[in-house]
Design a protein around this ligand. Structure first.
Ligand code: NAG
Ligand code: NAG
Ligand code: NAG
Ligand code: NAG
Length: 469
């Protein structure tokens, strides 16, 4: 229905005639041309909606029944019952009556202090531009009242609340962040999945009666703009009908114009098919990738779900977090930082502190992060821990440095100055800085002599270089 302007002249007669003819035709649903075919070739050619690359930074939230034991990992159920890892077996033996089942944790998942508005305010303060909530992890418990997850969802059990809805409303009503959902295709112990699996996926009971209808309902109801698929369960794409689903998502779903997806849609699709690439957990290649990618990582180095047994050294420091963000963005990625709320819905103070800290850093340095492009060089060749981004239209290159040089002079081996045009500024500091050109060997920038209190920020700084080559 797009296309050229209306021809000039009096078309009314013809239009009226056309309408009259249309009225005689049998009713037929308005149909847009299907732009994407259910093949990887067609789907992979979709251009990623521009907002995603501009956003650079999102927050991942792992919350579910695994947040009740909050011990070891969100893979608690699997490690305890399937792998029978001693640490988990002992934890259950020492703390719960014999006969206590994983399912019994659901009623203890109270979310008593869960206040979606409070979460939204923290996310907004972090400077993130999108969030991704685990609507269902591999345990199968859905954080909304899924009709296909009888008695194993947050409306019938535990919180007795539609967690997905509450967070969606708070995010959309209070912030300018995009709302996204994680969804695990398979479920560790779902009897239909296990039956299908033992038929080496010739049977398709689980996707037909559970996963597909649930995923369509989830998209229609909550309109996520990130759909973060995971948990292929070793099954191929024709088992999940991944390409059929994605063709619907891109052609006909309510979020067809803005939704982005990742690459975890079937065995073998990761780092190869779908939307942006995740490739592996905590993926941070340190070099430029030709395809848009995302580094999904955790503030607790060892778990995605909340873990009471985490020590202070298990959490990333703010310096480490800033480094992850800067490296990732310089190499063309987005950073997706994960937190795990407690069973009662609290974002623990250490997670909140990290998020607020990165927010204050981005208030000063966001110009060098959001809506930037990569540059011809990703990191410096003379000084380690210097990473580059750029805004070609504004003739700007940003050099983000993570260590303040003791000499007060920052040597950059990559940018070449243009006499009479180059200008260097420290973000958050007004005056232009002095610099010396080393011609083809780079530029030396004289940093301002600031006291600790005069520094525009801690944990990393950014130079804006105008007109360098
Ligand atoms: C939820 O948090 C918001 C924002 O902090 C606050 O205004 C509101 O009173 C809280 N609601 C409840 C029920 O505590
Ligand atoms: C959004 O917030 C406004 C004012 O804070 C409130 O009146 C409205 O009901 C909220 N919308 C939703 C969908 O909750
Ligand atoms: C796959 O999904 C498409 C689009 O929804 C549908 O038309 C098709 O029947 C599905 N195929 C199978 C085998 O489930
Ligand atoms: C940075 O650049 C140098 C030189 O090009 C390269 O050897 C190094 O691997 C790069 N990456 C990091 C993380 O320093």
């Amino acid at each position: 229905m797009t296309g050229g302007r209306r021809p000039r002249g009096d078309m009314r007669g013809a239009e009226v005639l056309g309408l009259a003819l249309l009225a005689l035709l049998p009713p037929c649903p308005a149909r847009r041309a299907a732009r994407f075919q259910p093949t990887w070739q067609s789907l992979d050619a979709r251009e990623l909606p521009a907002w995603f690359d501009q956003a650079k930074f999102g927050i991942f939230i792992h919350w579910g029944v695994f947040s009740v034991p909050s011990f070891g990992s969100e893979w608690f159920w699997w490690y305890w019952q399937k792998e029978k890892i001693q640490k988990y077996v002992n934890f259950m033996k020492n703390n719960y009556p014999s006969g206590f089942k994983y399912e019994d944790f659901a009623s203890l998942f109270t979310a008593k202090f869960f206040n979606a508005s409070q979460w939204a305010d923290i996310f907004q303060a972090s400077g993130a531009k999108y969030i991704v909530l685990t609507s269902k992890h591999h345990e199968g418990f859905t954080l909304w009242g899924s009709e296909y997850s009888w008695n194993w969802n947050a409306v019938d059990e535990g919180p007795k609340r539609d967690i997905v809805k509450e967070l969606e409303v708070a995010i959309r009503n209070r912030t300018d962040l995009r709302f996204g959902l994680y969804y695990s295709l398979f479920e560790w112990f779902h009897p239909l999945f296990l039956e299908d699996e033992s038929s080496t996926f010739h049977k398709r009971q689980f996707p037909v009666s559970k996963m597909l209808p649930e995923l369509y309902a989830l998209v229609n109801k909550y309109r996520p703009e990130v759909l973060w698929s995971d948990g292929d369960g070793g099954a191929p794409d024709d088992y999940w009908n991944s390409t059929g689903f994605l063709a619907w998502l891109y052609n006909d779903s309510p979020v067809r114009d803005t939704v982005v997806t990742n690459d975890r849609w079937a065995a073998g699709s990761i780092c190869k098919h779908g939307g942006y690439y995740t490739c592996a957990d905590r993926y941070n290649p340190g070099h430029l990738l030709p395809h848009k990618w995302e580094n999904c990582m955790t503030l607790d180095k060892f778990s995605w779900g909340y873990r009471r047994d985490a020590g202070i050294g298990d959490y990333l420091t703010i310096e480490e977090l800033v480094k992850q963000l800067v490296e990732t963005v310089s190499c063309g990625g987005n950073l997706l930082v994960n937190i795990g709320p407690t069973l009662d819905g609290i974002i623990s103070t250490i997670f909140e502190e990290r998020l607020r800290q990165i927010g204050t850093w981005l208030k000063v340095n966001g110009e060098a992060i959001y809506e930037t492009d990569t540059w011809r060089s990703q990191n410096d060749t003379i000084t380690p821990d210097v990473w580059y981004t750029s805004k070609p239209k504004e003739k700007l290159v940003y050099a983000i440095f993570l260590k303040w040089p003791t000499s007060g002079k920052l040597s950059l081996g990559q940018p070449r100055a243009t006499l009479g045009a180059t200008e260097v500024k420290l973000l958050g500091h007004g005056q232009p800085l002095k610099w010396i050109s080393l011609e083809h060997s780079g530029i030396v920038v004289e940093l301002p002599q600031l006291t600790v209190h005069e520094l525009p920020c801690k944990w990393g700084w950014a130079l804006a270089l105008t007109s360098v080559m």
